[in-house]
Structures are given as structure tokens and as C-alpha cells.
Ligand binder design. Structure first.
Ligand code: 5AD
Ligand code: SF4
Length: 472
């Protein structure tokens, strides 16, 4: 057993990051033959990307994917711990799996991802979920074949969750979710330690992949016909800082742009290290999409300081305006937390004021959730649940107004859409504009994966409706 340790997870040293190459010993290569797996992914794009690696590893050792967990020989939950309700969802699923396991004794159930890195979750597993087969963390995905094999032999709970600063594994045979768009990790972990956030503890220290490895991956995707890549990291703006003296996100974006892939996106940007150079590069290259996710979190300087965000409301607005001015048609989205410890009515009103200033294209809004081990955990959570709910409601009403206002500008415009798929309910095609607006329109499945022109006929709050103008 290797148990996670909060003290270790907090540590940041100057030790070099180890880059390892994926490999599996020969005796493990066939252990999944004739067996099936189901994986449920919770949380952010980072987890989605990890699940692609996990699927790739499982298929490498012979497992086949199924989409009904009741039919699977192996069920894996790739979990998220960003807020308490993410944990609750995974525990709910574990309840159902316990039931299934009582009927299907050979069923193997594993848990991985961010929840696995939490000491408190492991303690719960050790008391209430001892029937689980194995748990592994975010740093040791490549141990999965070994864990499955050990479990097949010994059939008892194994927990292997090292709390280390983190390494980088190259060459994992991923099974990608789409054939036309892909996530590409550029930086792992986070060193920002915003006081509410558990990510620096679950994902380890900030560590950039080499530009050569990133470019190689994107070139290979392009060769396979991919139209879009999203450069991924908890804070992509920090790219290169831990690795190079003179190479940053602006340089990487420029280099990736020149590879000629049709669409390049990047998430998430921390306002603190968003440079003018980055803005200029995004403005200059047509294949870098004019859509920026720029979390503000709060509009009150007092709360921003308590959150450890390292910028003021004024800094944010200056950056926001600079981006709007320099990048044509840019859309800006954000994340906002209400109910942070000690947030007063007046602090909250400043957040509303900020929304009324910035008119975001999209916003993800959350009620603050206490996370064990973070700095804010020790702050008194002195706001009544009812008040938090009311603030969230008012905030949502305010942000929604601007979503619609921004979307209305698209009426009768012809936009380019990368077609993602077909909506099962409405039977309509859907995809995103360069500015990351979701558009639904009638059409046929053969267009999935293509970039086509669509005329917007009906803008709504969360999406747009349109008709195809031309198929190329
Ligand atoms: N409570 C509520 N929201 C949180 N986020 C991160 N940690 C917490 C927390 N403890 C939000 C932030 C972040 C987004 C990914 O999740 O807004 O930008
Ligand atoms: Fe969490 Fe802040 Fe890092 Fe984002 S930048 S992952 S909010 S600690």
C-alpha cells in the first residue's frame, strides 16, 4: 500500500522532473484478453485526457471498451475532487457498483483521479469501501496493468497513491475521444496554490512537456486528419517557466500555428501571467481561435487577496480590455466563485458590478466548497447556505443576460463551425464557432469532423441555431 500524504503533496522542490517513456512488461501485455472495461470520467478536460490514456493502456493489454457498466469485467471511475459535489457523485456511483459486485463476484472495480489523491477519501475507502479492488493516483496511471494483474492474483484491495511532485510520461498509446479534435497536454500540475483550490495537491507541481514532444504529438494528429487541438494545462500561461529561459506560451502558440492545423485553442489561462506577447500572437494568427477562458473568481479585491489570486479587479479589467481591443471578435469566458469565507453583500455586489463591466460570453459559476488541506479550509465558512444559493442565483441571472446579449450579435452572421456530432434528442448537428459558441443546425452525419459555413438564424442564451450555408 502507498497512501497519499498531504504534507508531501504540498511540497515543492527544485528537483528536476523525471520524464519516463511508457512501456509494459511482456508478461502483462495479454492480461485483458477476452475482457471488457467501462470507464466513467468526472471533472475537467485534464481528466478526459487522462481517461484517453487509461483507455489506450487498457486496450494495449487486450481489454475492449463497453458503454454499459453492467456488462463490463472492469469498471474504473476517474474522479474529480474540485468541489464536494464532485466527490458525492463518485461515491454515489460506488454505491451502485457495490450492488453490482454482490451479484458479479469477479467484477473488478478501480478508482483513480483526483479523489484518489485525497487522504480523507482514502480513509473513507479503507473503512467503508473495502470491497473496491484497487485505487491509483494521478501520478501513476502507467501502473494500471500491474495493479489489475496483482488483483487478479490476490483479489484484495490495493491502494497505490504516491503524493509526489510529479513526473511526465511520454508515449502512452492513447485512445482519443474524437477523430477530429484532440486535447494536447502542454503543462501538468499547478504551483499557484489559490487558497480554495485542491488542484496543486492532487496534480503536483507545475511541469511543462518539452516543446519537441508537444510538436511531435500535434504533427502526428495533423497527419491523422485532426482539425483542432486544444493545448491543455491548469495554467497554460505558465508554460515553459520551469523548463526554458526563453520559450513561453507565445512561442509555443506561434510554432504550433505554423504547423497549419486548422484550429488551435488553449485552456486555462491565469490572468496573472497573461503577457502582451501572447495577446499579439493570438491576434496575429488566424488559426489560433479568438476565445479565451480567463477565470476572475471574484470582483472584490479583498476576496481576491484572500483567494491568493495575485491580481486586483483593476488589473483584470485592464487585461480584459487589452485582449478585447487587440484580438478581433474575441470571446472571453470566466469562472466565478460565490460564498468564499467572509464574502459580504458588498463584496458580492462588486462581483456583480464586474460582470456588468465585462459582459462575459460565458461563465462557470460555483458556490465555494471547502476542501480539506487547502489554506481556505481553515478560514471560517461563515456564510449561510441560503445566502450562498441566493448569490449564485442572482449571479447566474446576471451572467445569462450577457450571454444572450453577446449571442444576439451573431444573428444572420455566417460563421465557420467544426462539426462535432449529432445531438441525440433533436437529431441536429452541432459544433462550435471559432469563438467557442455552440451551434445547432440540420444536416447529415457525413459532415462530422468538417469545418463548414453556417448562417445563424436564432441566437439563444446558451447556444445558437442556424442553417448550413456551404459545406466547405
Ligand atoms: N470551490 C468552488 N469552486 C472551486 N473552483 C476551484 N476550487 C473550488 C472550490 N473549492 C472553481 C474555480 C476554478 C474552477 C475550475 O473551479 O472557479 O476556476
Ligand atoms: Fe487551482 Fe488556482 Fe491552480 Fe487554477 S491556478 S488550478 S484555481 S490553484
Amino acid at each position: 500500500m502507498i497512501l497519499p500524504n498531504l504534507k508531501e503533496a504540498k511540497k515543492r522542490t527544485k528537483d528536476p522532473v523525471l520524464t519516463k517513456q511508457f512501456n509494459i512488461s511482456n508478461d502483462l501485455v495479454l492480461i485483458g484478453q477476452g475482457k471488457s472495461y467501462y470507464i466513467k470520467t468526472y471533472g475537467c478536460q485534464m481528466n478526459e485526457r487522462d481517461s484517453e490514456d487509461i483507455k489506450g493502456i487498457l486496450e494495449h493489454i487486450g481489454f475492449k471498451e463497453v458503454f454499459d457498466y453492467e456488462q463490463a469485467d472492469l469498471v474504473l471511475l476517474n474522479t474529480c475532487s474540485i468541489r464536494e459535489n464532485a466527490n458525492d457523485k463518485a461515491f454515489g456511483m460506488l454505491g451502485r457498483l457495490k450492488h453490482l459486485k454482490q451479484q458479479k463476484k469477479d467484477l473488478i472495480v478501480g478508482l483513480c483521479g483526483c479523489m484518489a489523491q485525497e487522504e480523507i477519501v482514502i480513509n473513507q475507502i479503507l473503512t467503508k469501501y473495502k470491497w473496491l479492488n484497487f485505487v491509483f493516483g494521478t501520478h501513476n496511471i502507467i501502473n494500471l496493468p500491474y495493479l489489475i494483474n496483482q488483483n487478479m492474483i490476490f483479489n484484495k484491495l490495493m491502494i497505490e497513491v504516491p503524493s509526489i511532485e510529479g513526473n511526465i510520461i511520454e508515449g502512452i498509446p492513447s485512445k482519443r475521444l474524437f477523430n477530429h479534435k484532440a486535447f494536447v497536454n502542454i503543462i501538468y500540475g499547478c504551483d499557484k496554490f489559490c487558497t480554495y483550490c485542491i488542484v496543486p495537491y492532487t496534480r503536483g507541481k507545475q511541469r511543462s512537456r518539452t516543446k519537441e514532444d508537444i510538436i511531435k504529438e500535434i504533427k502526428a494528429l495533423k497527419k491523422l486528419g485532426y482539425q483542432e487541438v486544444t493545448l491543455l494545462g491548469q495554467n497554460v500561461n505558465a508554460y515553459g517557466k520551469d523548463l526554458y529561459n526563453n520559450y513561453n506560451l507565445a512561442n509555443l502558440l506561434e510554432e504550433v500555428s505554423k504547423l497549419g492545423i486548422a484550429r488551435i485553442r488553449f485552456v486555462t489561462s491565469h490572468p496573472w501571467d497573461f503577457t502582451d506577447e501572447m495577446i499579439d500572437v493570438i491576434a496575429k494568427y488566424d488559426n489560433i481561435m479568438p476565445a479565451i477562458h480567463l477565470p476572475i473568481q471574484s470582483g472584490s479585491n479583498r476576496i481576491l487577496k484572500l483567494m491568493g489570486r495575485r491580481y486586483t479587479k483593476e488589473d483584470y479589467i485592464t487585461l480584459f480590455n487589452k485582449i478585447k481591443k487587440k484580438i478581433a471578435r474575441v470571446s472571453i469566458s470566466t469562472d466565478i466563485i460565490v460564498g468564499f469565507p467572509t464574502e459580504t453583500e458588498s463584496d458580492f455586489n462588486e462581483t456583480i458590478d464586474l460582470v456588468n463591466t465585462c459582459h462575459f460570453d460565458n461563465a462557470f459559476t460555483f458556490i465555494y466548497s471547502k476542501r480539506v488541506g487547502t489554506v481556505a479550509f481553515k478560514m471560517e465558512d461563515n456564510i449561510q447556505e441560503k445566502v450562498k444559493e441566493q448569490r449564485l442565483q442572482l449571479l447566474n441571472k446576471t451572467v445569462n443576460k450577457y450571454f444572450l446579449q453577446n449571442n444576439l450579435k451573431y444573428e444572420n452572421q455566417i460563421v465557420e463551425i467544426l462539426v462535432d456530432g449529432i445531438d441525440l434528442k433533436t437529431k441536429q448537428l452541432y459544433g462550435y464557432t471559432d469563438t467557442n459558441k455552440l451551434v445547432y443546425f440540420p444536416g447529415t452525419e457525413n459532415l462530422i469532423g468538417h469545418i463548414i459555413k453556417v448562417k445563424i438564424t436564432k441566437p439563444k442564451t446558451w447556444s445558437l441555431e442556424g442553417i448550413i450555408q456551404s459545406e466547405n
